[in-house]
Design a protein around this ligand. Structure first.
Ligand code: PLP
Length: 402
């Protein structure tokens, strides 16, 4: 007898968390391994944010709050959306959740019916397809590889749309590719979306502040303000302020949808931690200069690792544009290593296993976990020292013997 609901049979545990856990286990057993799997900044949360949390506890701010977040945090979020994105929201259009992950989950549960289709550009953040499936909907993938800069085109979007399409996820800067959409790309996507009023757009702006190529942040609403009434703008404090463990995400969207999303949340987790909400308010209202040192470090690291990877035969890596990931194309290297008998199969999963088995090992996540075979995701949210060692190790493991 199975204990698992039919609905959950196709759902997989998060592969990024699994790789991070495996690398940590091997390390604790004494293996020399550098983990490049984790999707979290390696910086401490800025002190003024921690101080706010301590003050919250000392003031007794340790009880339930309204399920969808405190009014004062919502005000800080409204001010953030106005300041950074030029968007106008009321408190009824804002929801605070247990991380950006819960915001996305709430959205899928509140919006999607059985049979609805969700368009997900690949490579994608690992949770989108599983969340869509948990809501009984069907993910529809659009492949956007390195040749097209990991960005879907308007023609691809047009082809993927059917009468059942209900939701489109956009994520720029992207986890896992680090690519960003230019305003012109989004204008072109908007022209297609305008013809299909049933489609809700989810713009996942989690890496908004981690821009590495000097460009200004834009999302679909900068390009097409007329789509405001059917767009959900998702964000959170996890990546920008190095607050992954605090679990605060937020979003702005149509009032009716936000109301339904809050209902989902009120029957699952209720409010996010009161103390974390207080800290997130300090983060959003405080000096945004605290983000700068992290971005400076990511720029240096991204440049280093992409150049080091491009120096390896059979590896192609785009210049990082945003977030703290690179997504090198290893198809040539995989084919060669497989032909040389070093990989069990010509797959990115076999390659990541091979890299983990080396005496001096590296843990990276296979591209197939993000819906794109033949690539790996490397997180450079780690020290330059670690990155230098990792690059040497990868070069040694991947360069053909002469
Ligand atoms: N969206 C993207 C694209 C992400 O990469 C992540 C985390 O890795 C999230 C959302 C969720 O972030 P969190 O739940 O930690 O706030």
């Amino acid at each position: 007898m199975s204990f698992i609901a039919q609905r959950l049979k196709a759902i997989k545990p998060s592969p990024t968390l699994a790789i991070t856990a495996k690398a940590a286990k091997l390390k604790s057993e004494g293996k020399d391994i550098i983990g490049l799997g984790a999707g979290e900044p390696d910086f401490d949360t800025p002190q003024f944010i921690k101080d706010a949390a301590i003050a919250a506890m000392n003031k007794g701010f340790t009880k339930y709050t309204p399920a969808g977040g405190t009014s004062s945090l919502k005000k800080a979020i409204i001010a953030k959306y106005k300041r950074d994105n030029g968007l106008d929201y009321t408190e009824k259009q804002i929801l605070v959740s247990v991380g950006g992950k819960q915001s996305c989950f709430n959205l899928c549960m509140a919006l999607l019916d059985k049979g609805d289709e969700v368009i997900i550009p690949a490579p994608y953040w690992v949770s989108y397809p599983d969340m869509a499936m948990m809501a009984d909907a069907t993910p529809v993938f659009i492949q956007a590889g390195i040749e097209q800069g990991f960005r879907i085109t308007a023609a691809q979007l047009e082809r993927a749309i059917t009468p059942k399409t209900r939701l489109l996820f956009l994520n720029s800067p992207s986890n896992p590719s680090g690519a960003i959409y230019a305003k012109a790309d989004l204008v072109a996507l908007g022209e297609v979306l305008r013809k299909h009023p049933r489609i809700v757009i989810a713009t996942d702006d989690m890496y908004e502040h981690i821009l590495l190529d000097g460009s200004k942040f834009v999302n679909i609403l900068d390009a097409c303000p007329d789509l405001f009434n059917r767009t959900v703008v998702l964000n959170g404090v996890s990546k920008a302020y190095s607050m992954t463990g605090w679990r605060i995400g937020y979003c702005g969207g149509p009032e009716e949808l936000i109301w339904a999303m809050e209902n989902v949340q009120s029957h699952s987790t209720s409010n996010p931690s009161s103390i974390s909400q207080y800290a997130a308010e300090a983060a959003l209202n405080g000096d945004q200069g605290c983000i700068d040192p992290m971005v400076v470090a990511f720029k240096e690291r991204g440049k280093f690792i992409s150049e080091a990877l491009n120096a390896i035969p059979g590896v192609k890596c785009l210049k990082p544009q945003g977030a703290f990931y690179v997504f090198p194309d290893l198809r040539e290297a995989i084919a060669r290593l497989h032909a040389d008998g070093k990989l069990k199969s010509p797959t990115d999963a076999a390659l990541t296993e091979y890299l983990m088995e080396q005496e001096k090992a590296v843990a990276v996540v296979p591209g197939s976990a993000f819906g794109m075979e033949g690539y790996v995701r490397i997180s450079y949210a780690t020290s330059m020292d670690n990155l230098k060692k990792a690059a040497e190790r990868m070069s040694k493991a991947l360069t053909p013997a002469t």
